[in-house]
Design a protein around this ligand. Structure first.
Ligand code: FES
Length: 147
């Protein structure tokens, strides 16, 4: 056998498809995979827990039957948000009580500091939203797409 192998009869085919279909196929091939992280029975409503998506720790929560996946660490100073508290979709950080909405990661409150100290904290460490990741349910499996 010679290397590299030459073209072999019948191994290459040309397929005609629409631009839309081609774009769909390309986006499916190039987009990050959904990774299984949990099962629905182990996540009753109100559950907030760290799960692993491959090597990445993420925060998974279930509120009113809806699953939310976000970054695990607080954008303020990196506290573990799985030790925070949940009130509806509002997550409160255990360290300085910043609050984030799990639906879109937006900052509801940046720390519980007040006055001059809060102004300094905002200038030195500006508010940043929590990264959010798409969640898909396949039968009882919860899958999360991380970049
Ligand atoms: S580390 Fe979360 S509010 Fe400071």
């Amino acid at each position: 056998m010679t290397w590299p192998p030459g073209p072999q009869s019948g191994t290459v085919r040309t397929i005609k498809c629409s631009q839309e279909y081609f774009s769909t196929i390309v986006s499916q091939v190039t987009s990050p995979l959904f990774i299984p992280v949990a099962t629905t029975p182990e996540f009753p409503d109100g559950t907030l827990r760290k799960v692993m998506a491959g090597d990445t720790g993420i925060l998974l929560a279930r509120v009113n039957g809806q699953f939310y996946a976000t970054g695990l660490l607080c954008p303020h100073l990196g506290a573990d948000l799985s030790e925070g508290t949940l009130n509806g979709t509002i997550l409160t950080c255990p360290m300085h009580n910043s609050q984030f909405d799990l639906r879109d990661g937006r900052v509801v409150r940046w720390t519980d500091l007040t006055g001059v100290v809060l102004n300094y904290a905002k200038r030195s460490n500006p508010p940043r939203p929590l990264p959010c990741y798409p969640v898909r349910i396949d039968e009882e499996t919860v899958l999360v797409q991380i970049p």
